[in-house]
Design a protein around this ligand. Structure first.
Ligand code: ACO
Length: 365
């Protein structure tokens, strides 16, 4: 739609979608791989199972499946999209951007595309960037896709991290609101503190090579010489996550002139049930108003909020005019929050029945 000249544009989420790989890895499967127990994992994290990408699935292919579902729920196709923003810390490659892989797969031939990496805060960051393209009038329809293949950067022998993460993708379509419609992203808060980067990271193939002698001196296996799996100081991450999510949510609510009781549903990054419970207590949000599906997917980083959003829509948890508080925290450290006024989205058909838990028969990754 073309807004009236001079009209102030606001953004609405007009479509949602998600894709999760078929393969389920349960806590009981993990008991066969590392010294752990279902009881320990459930008690410390709330996670019961997670999804694992198949060999030919990537953040790009999963992101494209989620994007197609989001477009279908908005009544659009790829050719309607002006911009694709990918949020991922597990891209298909160093380049091209995973958003470009998605753009090609969904037939968004006239769209531009790029990725943002803010770890688990990636989706909120991309949502804020995408919304600014819409409100400035630079793009009419923006796809924001959070997609992660964390199973490929997890050390499956490290029990302190491998029990926490999973794979999947979620997507939303952003468009300008029509006159008189609900919608809008209020008071986005985005923060970071690079001094805390060492508490949660995964090195890449272009990381520093201390002691290397010069150009071309990459060691015996150039691409793998310095790359690492996820390294995490769990206890400190836990502590900072609660403080940062609380601070971001409070700043966001204050900026929007809202109180916690004005929030119909909080859609937090799905990291750990204990982090989310402490956050909810700090904000005085009752737990029924904090959406959680982490028991089925674990922590899917930038994909977790849009997967949760798509499932909340499929479950009929949101109505037009509801205020949704999104809040996230992740490696970097990065953290942030925003309030979205819900504008009403058709339920994605394939999501009508949210899949339950299925036992895994496959061998460990
Ligand atoms: N199974 C059994 N025992 C375990 C496991 C496991 N999977 N992992 C660790 N342990 C042991 C430890 O070795 C330790 O044993 P010890 O006392 O003999 O030394 C004991 O359990 C306690 O370990 P802690 O690390 O203190 O356990 P904690 O209660 O802090 O829980 C956890 C660990 C779940 C990782 C928690 O710290 C946490 O959730 N941190 C935040 C993690 C997170 O959310 N990260 C991502 C957020 S940002 C983002 O999304 C990228």
């Amino acid at each position: 739609m073309t807004p009236a000249p001079g009209a102030l544009l606001r953004t609405r989420i007009s479509g949602v979608g998600r894709y999760v790989p078929e393969r389920v890895l349960t806590n009981h499967d993990l008991e066969q791989m590392v010294e752990t127990s279902d009881a320990w994992i459930v008690e410390r994290s709330g996670i019961r199972e997670r999804r694992i990408a198949s060999g030919d699935e990537t953040s790009g292919t999963m992101g494209a499946r989620a994007a197609e579902e989001a477009l279908a729920s908005a009544g659009l196709t790829g050719s309607d999209v002006d911009l694709v923003i990918g949020a991922t810390c597990t891209p298909d490659g160093m380049f091209p951007a995973t958003a470009t892989v998605i753009q090609d797969a969904i037939g968004a031939g006239s769209a531009s595309s790029f990725d943002v990496n803010a770890a688990c805060t990636g989706f909120l960051t991309a949502l804020s960037v995408g919304s600014q393209f819409v409100t400035s009038g630079s793009a009419g329809r923006v796809l924001v896709v959070g997609s992660e293949t964390l199973s490929r950067v997890v050390d499956w022998t490290d029990r302190s991290t491998c029990v926490l993460f999973g794979d999947g993708a979620g997507a939303v379509v952003l468009e300008p609101t029509q006159e008189g419609e609900p919608g809008g992203l209020a008071s986005p808060v985005l923060r970071s503190d690079g001094a805390l980067g060492d508490l949660l990271y995964a090195r890449g193939p272009a990381s520093a090579r201390p002691g290397a002698r010069g150009i071309g001196d990459n060691g015996a296996d150039p691409l793998r010489a310095v790359a690492s799996c996820i390294v995490m100081d769990g206890r400190n991450v836990f502590r900072h996550a609660i403080t940062a999510m609380t601070e971001a949510a409070q700043a966001c609510l204050a900026g929007a002139g809202l109180r916690a009781e004005d929030i119909a549903l909080c859609m937090p990054h799905q990291a750990n049930v204990r982090i989310l419970s402490a956050f909810a207590r700090n904000l005085e949000l009752s737990e029924e108003r904090v959406y959680m599906n982490l028991e089925r997917y674990g922590n899917t980083s930038a994909a977790s909020i849009p997967i949760a959003l798509a499932e909340a829509v499929a479950e009929g948890r949101l109505s037009a005019g509801d205020r949704v508080l999104m809040v996230a925290f992740g490696g970097g450290f990065t953290w942030g929050a925003t309030v979205v006024e819900w504008s009403g989205v058709r339920r994605p058909e394939r999501l009508a029945a949210v899949p339950g838990s299925r036992a895994s028969t496959a061998p460990p990754p």
